[in-house]
Design a protein. Structure first.
Length: 329
């Protein structure tokens, strides 16, 4: 029995989460779901985007599934704060091209590993009406920790290269620490090629030679931006899952936002949420089922018969989900 925290959020978060639960209910596994609130609607109801009860539910679970949340003006991001509360310091975002889906190339298969607790996402800002200062926090401890995650993941994926992305020519101290920490950790993995690029060059190389990347490791903001760019290489955010991993907790979410413009229309692509659930099952040690889900999603998408509008189809969220379940079961 796995105790899973379900935090749907708002917007299309609710729709893709319902689709994900539908699939999980069909698996030959036992789950106990506990539900927490977060996001814009939660703020309107409770005066906070992330209630203490939701944090408690998340901390007492075996893993957390998060849908999406709409930005609340003047309030902290619930997903960023939840990552901090759970200390899930590694954000892992696989990028893969699928047959039949518009992509720059058909041989893209890499993963971005993003430090999840520091950088500009520390949300430390202060100043007055004339000048605002945002603190960018980079520590050697966190930089070495995320680098180890990247190298270990490279080995797990059967690949042989890790690329560090930074901007140490300008941010000499903070990104200097990140780069130095990366190469210090690299010494313990002589079988893996270690390289580094400035973030602007990396952004270009992702478009001109994405097939040359295996594992990319970067700081919080850079990793976030490059992840969305990379999703655009392979068909968009509807196929982009992510996992947030710590020493004791795992939080899994689609990369896309709450998309309020299509919320309630039942046309949101459920694949990124379902693939995030697959990452959760891998985290829980259910490797065979996790791989089966990934392979099934790829088959359904590649068949080109049942797709949501973002991939050029006319199918609904649940039509795609049921097609995946039918093929899986």
């Amino acid at each position: 029995m796995y105790n899973i925290a379900i935090i749907s959020g708002d917007g299309i978060g609710r729709e893709v989460m319902s689709a994900c639960e539908y699939l999980l209910d069909k698996l030959d596994l036992e789950f106990s779901f506990k539900y927490g609130e977060a996001g814009f609607d939660c703020f309107n109801k409770n005066g906070t985007t992330l209630p203490e009860e939701t944090i408690k539910i998340a901390k007492n679970s075996d893993a957390v599934l998060f849908g999406a949340s709409t930005s609340t003006p003047g309030e902290p991001s619930p997903i960023i704060n939840l990552r901090k509360e759970l200390n899930v310091y590694a954000n892992i975002r696989p990028i893969k091209s699928y047959k039949g889906v518009d992509a720059i190339r058909d041989d893209i298969d890499f993963v971005i590993v993003r430090e999840n607790t520091e950088g500009l996402y520390s949300q430390v800002e202060y100043g007055d009406e004339n000048k605002i200062i945002a603190e960018r926090i980079i520590s050697r401890k966190a930089s070495e920790k995320i680098s180890r995650v990247a190298f270990n993941l490279c080995i797990k994926r059967g690949q042989n290269k890790v690329t560090c992305v930074h901007k140490s020519n300008v941010l000499k101290k903070t990104d200097g620490v990140f780069k130095e920490s990366f190469y210090k950790v690299a010494q313990n993995y002589p079988q893996i090629t270690a390289e580094d690029f400035y973030v602007d060059a990396a952004a270009m190389y992702l478009i001109t030679q994405p097939q040359n990347f295996n594992v990319i490791v970067s700081t919080n903001l850079f990793g976030d931006i490059l992840s969305d760019e990379s999703a655009g290489l392979v068909g968009g955010l509807g196929l982009a899952p992510s996992g947030n991993i710590g020493d004791y907790n795992g939080l899994f979410e689609p990369v896309h936002g709450s998309a309020p413009d299509i919320a309630g229309k039942n046309i949101a692509n459920p694949c990124s949420m379902i693939l995030s659930a697959s990452m959760m099952l891998d985290y829980l040690g259910e490797w065979e089922i996790s791989n089966n889900i990934k392979n099934t999603v790829e088959k359904v998408i590649s068949d080109c018969k049942i797709r949501t509008p973002d991939l050029g189809g006319k199918s609904s969220t649940m039509e795609v989900t049921k097609a995946i379940v039918k093929e899986l079961i």
